[in-house]
Design a protein around this ligand. Structure first.
Ligand SMILES: [Zn+2]
Length: 287
């Protein structure tokens, strides 16, 4: 299928009581794996890319790979730029056919985050793409010495429904990433999601909500979050950890003796399988 608009995909899934997984492939074998997992689970999926990954492959190669694989798949796929405050990169993604972009101005002063998010929306509208923006600060576990310290600190960074409503109204964004108790870079179990806050933000804004730091959220909380209004769930750390463990094993298993030609081909194959399984398991938890 051709790539589809991210916000449209999220609204449809939300109406059916489901969320869509957004996964971060770092290379081509992982892009293949994410799309294969979506097809196997008969679920839509968001392929989201970081600036670093785009830098590795460049435009338009990466978009061509995703578009080609999506085109051959029966699954609904969208292509999304994750976390960026780089206007040049955002514009390049829009020009290269991304379905959506995330402008992350969460650490900027509120007024600046609002103004720049609004400007990204204006540019995205010209090419029919949708926009995600962050309000409040989700943060990263690496910023804190302990998990308890992180829990205490993020309480003051959570998004309020009142400010979320104003932010969405004033910017015109399609997807809001609120801070609701999860954190980036953490595997299970971390999050103590504030489900009433999620429900209040969903009600006040009317747009699909994105949960960042999904690797640190257990299945029970995932279900509660979806019931409260989360429509997009970002999962990176968990899949990354599984893939790196496989990568290390596969590299260690490559022979180095004179009679044994180095079999590099097994490395991407092994990563593809692990990534596909990890992504599929997470998709199942969202449906
Ligand atoms: Zn994030």
């Amino acid at each position: 299928m051709p790539l589809i608009d991210t916000a449209q995909m999220l609204r449809a899934e939300r109406a059916a009581g489901r969320a869509v997984g957004a996964f971060e492939p770092y290379n081509v074998e992982q892009i293949v794996a994410v799309i294969e997992a979506a097809e196997a689970e008969r679920a839509p999926v968001i392929v989201q890319l970081w600036a670093e990954v785009i830098e590795t492959y460049g435009f338009p190669a990466l978009c061509c790979v995703v578009r080609e694989l999506a085109g051959r798949s029966s699954a609904l796929i969208s292509l999304h730029l994750d976390h960026s405050d780089d206007d040049a990169l955002i514009d390049a993604c829009l020009e290269n056919g991304f379905s959506s972009v995330m402008f992350d101005g969460s650490r900027l002063p509120y007024e600046e985050n609002l103004a720049r998010s609004r400007d990204v929306v204006r540019r995205a509208r010209k090419v029919g793409a949708s926009v995600e923006a962050e309000l409040g600060i989700v943060g990263n576990i690496a910023e804190y010495a302990t998990e308890e310290e992180a829990h205490a600190a993020i309480q003051s960074l959570l998004t309020t429904p009142e400010q979320a409503a104003e932010f969405v109204r004033e910017t015109g964004i399609d997807i809001l990433a609120p801070a609701v108790g999860s954190i980036h870079g953490c595997s299970l179990p971390f999050a103590r999601l504030d489900a009433p806050r999620i429900a209040a933000i969903a009600e006040a804004t009317g747009v699909p909500l994105a949960l960042h730091g999904g690797s640190g959220v257990g299945e029970g909380q995932i279900r509660a979050a979806i019931a409260a209004g989360i429509a997009k769930i970002n999962v990176d750390t968990e899949v990354r950890q599984a893939s790196i463990a496989t990568l290390k094993q596969a590299v260690a298993a490559i022979g180095s003796g004179p009679q044994e030609p180095p079999d590099y081909a097994r490395v991407p194959r092994a990563v593809r399988v692990t990534t596909r399984e990890a992504v599929a398991a997470r998709i199942r938890a969202m449906r």
